[in-house]
Each structure stands twice: as C-alpha cells, then as structure tokens.
Design a binder for this molecule. Sequence first.
Ligand SMILES: Cc1cc2nc3c(=O)[nH]c(=O)nc-3n(C[C@H](O)[C@H](O)[C@H](O)COP(=O)(O)OP(=O)(O)OC[C@H]3O[C@@H](n4cnc5c(N)ncnc54)[C@H](O)[C@@H]3O)c2cc1C
Length: 471
Amino acid sequence: MTGTHVICGGGVAGLAAALCLADRRDGKSIILVERSDTLGGLLRTFDYGPHGRFDCGMHFWTETGHTAFDQRVRGLLPGDAWESLSGTRRDLSGLFFRGRLQVHSQFPDLRTLPDPERSACLADFFDHLNRLGGRMPSSPASGESFQTHARRRFGRLIADNYVIPIAERNHGLPGSQLDAMARFLPLLDRVIMFDEGAFGDLMKSDVLRGLLAFPEQQRLPAQYASKQGSLYPREYGIGGVIAALAAELKRLGVTIMTGAQITAVATSGRTVTSVTVRQGATTLNVGPIERLVWASPVVGLAPLLAIERGLSAPVSMRRTVLIHLALAHPPEIGGLYCFFVGDATRGTYRMTNYPAYCPAAARPGHYPVTLEMIVDTGRSKDPAALIADGIADARTFGLLRDGEQPVFSAAEVLPSGFPTLAIPAIAAFNAARAAVIDRALNNLTLTGILARPDLFFQTDILRDLVETLNG
Ligand SMILES: Cc1cc2nc3c(=O)[nH]c(=O)nc-3n(C[C@H](O)[C@H](O)[C@H](O)COP(=O)(O)OP(=O)(O)OC[C@H]3O[C@@H](n4cnc5c(N)ncnc54)[C@H](O)[C@@H]3O)c2cc1C
C-alpha cells in the first residue's frame, strides 16, 4: 500500500515521531508539517550572530529508558559532542523564595521560616497526615483545583501560605480557579522541612519521601536520584540536536515542511483518508494516509474533525516570553543550571544559566542567561517593555548590580504556548481530546504535550511516544 505518514508539529514530539516512523523503513513516505519557520518547538535556539545564541530556557534531550531509541538519539552526534548530565548533576535547580535564592533545592524550604511558624507547619502537616491515615494523598481528579490538590497533599497551613501563592503568582489566577496541572511548573509536589540528618530516616517512608524534598540536591543518595540521564550538546545550543535530527530525517527521505499548516482532515468511517497542507500560496492534498500523528495541541485538530463538543470555553493559550540577557560577569548563583521563582516579580518564573551545564556558552564579558515568563494574551508584548521587566527581575535576583546593564538583551514572544491553566480551559482542552479519541480513528496517533491527561514532561512525552509508535 502506498500510504503516507503525516506528522503535525515539529517540536521534540513530532521530530521523535518522525524518527521512529522513518526507522521502520516500511516504504511509506513521511511528511512533517511545522507551523512556524523553525523546527524544535521549545527546543529551538535563537542565534543573534555576534551577540550569541540562546535557547528557550533550560531544555535538554532527556533519555526515555528505551535503550534502542536513546542510543539512536545519542548517535546523532559524535560521542564526544555531548555533555551527559546524570545523577545529581542531571538537574541543578533552585528557587527564589522569600527574598533569597535557595541554591540547594527547587522546592520551597520551610526551614527558613521563623520558629513559631515553622513548628506550626510541622504540627499541621503531621496532623493532616494522621487524618489521611498515614497514606499518600491520591493524585488529583480531573477538574480538581490546585488549591484542593495542594491542601490534600500538605494540609491547609502549608498549602495556603507557601505552596498555593507560588502557583498563583506564576499562573496569574487564584488557586481555587487553577487546574491541579499548575503543580508541574514550577514543581510544587514537595516541600523541605527537615535537615539532612533527620531526613535519612524519613526517606525510608514512601509517603514522606513523596511529600518532602531532600534538602541538599547535590548530596541526594544515589538510590533516589533519577535513573534517566539528559543530553546537551557540548557546542552551545540545543538547536544543534534539532539540526542533527532534521538532517537525519532528510537523509532518511522525510519531507519537512516549515511555515506550513494542516487546514483540512478528511475521514471515511474510522480512517483518516487525506489531509490538506497549506504552505504559503501552495496547497497540497496528501492521501491516502497511512498514519496521522498529531504532535501539536489537540485543540487544533478538533475543529478539523468538525468537533464542537466541549469547545464552548475558549482555550486561550498563554504566550511564553523569553528575555535573553548577556551579563558582563558570571551570575553568582552557586552553579545552578536554573532557578524557579516563588516570589512576586514582574513575571519571571524561571531563570536559566546556560554556562553552568554548557561551559562553551560563556566567553569573557558575555554570560548568556534567559528569564522565562508566561504572559497573558492580553498583556502588552512590546519588546522594550518586556526587556525592562526582565531587567527589573534580574536586579531583584541579584544578577545585575545597581546601575549595571546587560551587555545584550532581546525579547522573544513564542508563537506556541501553554493553555491558561484555568479549570474551564483545561476542561475544554480535555473535552476536545476526549472527543477526538471518541472518533476512534484507527490511523490517528496523538502525542506530545497534553496528548494524555497530565502528559507534560519531555521524558514522559518521549517514553509515551516510543511505546506508542514502536510498540
Ligand atoms: C513554558 C514551558 C516550559 C517547559 N519546561 C519544561 C522543562 O523544563 N522540562 C521538561 O521536561 N518539560 C518542560 N516543558 C514541557 C514540554 O511540554 C516538553 O518539554 C516538550 O518540549 C514538549 O514538546 P512538544 O513537541 O509536545 O511541544 P512543543 O515543543 O511546544 O512543539 C510543538 C510544535 O508544534 C508546532 N505547532 C503548533 N500548532 C501547530 C499546527 N497547527 N500545525 C503545525 N505545527 C504546529 C509548534 O510550532 C511547535 O513547533 C515545558 C513546557 C512549557 C510550555
């Protein structure tokens, strides 16, 4: 049969899907359709010529645990062209919390609270755990608010005063209106309450280990460290991996169309029969379809299948804004790769320090960092105003001294983004996905961010994709 595999989305999910399909060498043609002019999605690199390169904040290529696929990706670059980040060096993330930078962990450290407050937190937490019968709080139900989820996890005192406010600041909505997905960015599923000594014993309990964070990430016992490593190219810029992957796909005969969109999907019974792709003034009809892999937000597919159900609440996508700054001196943040932000700022939720994991990123007098913001579609996207916000945040974090300016600055508003984490918006997203799945199209595969409830982190996306496509 002479069918074509069509992949919609050229982020990490779409590119990895193309690789899996191309490696089948089943004689079918493969077309990858990417809306923007650049491949990579969140793994793209911006190149400002003499002013240097910047990624979209900290993004690695994470291993899936599927050895053959992981080896395949590793083989895209010569062995000595990778930085391998594993064990306690895999991820060194901090948190700007209560006016200071925590370099030892990205989780809120409640040991820094003045004593009556700290003891009250401990008492409330263990009371709460007793009421749960010492059992691990269950995962959030569909449609559960972040407020309910956090209270169920930590008890009211910690949730209301320290955990929920962090999500509210970053996502711009009250905890009662935020979907429990807000726990992913920044990661809010643990807090720190005990020193290392006491923690040694506490870690024997699965429940406590699930709720409390080890206080010193660099000394986390090996048995608790993530088993999956991450890869980053030695030559600075994650875009180098995307370029190598795109070159491999081309070598395998994959057609890559950037600046292109799927504008129609035709079905017959339970089969996708053809798709229409528009690229500039050119329109291409592709069919018969062997498989349609949807590797971009599913809300874009629902209308093409004439699905209206559940879409009454608009899924407004918040935009990711990147403020790239080159500093004249290395940031003094204890070797952290990045830190998240728990305090109210002008909008930064994460700062990335590229030279910490890719030494080649730095040159004398030029130390690239990126501040990431998630910005409402309504907010001004004037680059000068965004840069001013970024510089003000950089001063708050101590990255720039008083009166000091960065040696280079740029703002980028990414075309793709993240659904507003309001409960009705996530419900509409989930309804669109459920309605698409209900159509039971036998040659449609959904993959990528939120292709399944809570599918968010890259490692989970890639693992899910490899298991779906490679069986
Ligand atoms: C702001 C943010 C920060 C994150 N940080 C981390 C992190 O630190 N660690 C981690 O593990 N995960 C992180 N994630 C999770 C992230 O989902 C994964 O890491 C992964 O990058 C997602 O890959 P993807 O290919 O699904 O999506 P994307 O990288 O978003 O790629 C989707 C691609 O599809 C294209 N596209 C969209 N619509 C269409 C269309 N209609 N037609 C054609 N093309 C289209 C887009 O242009 C884009 O290139 C983050 C997510 C967000 C939103």
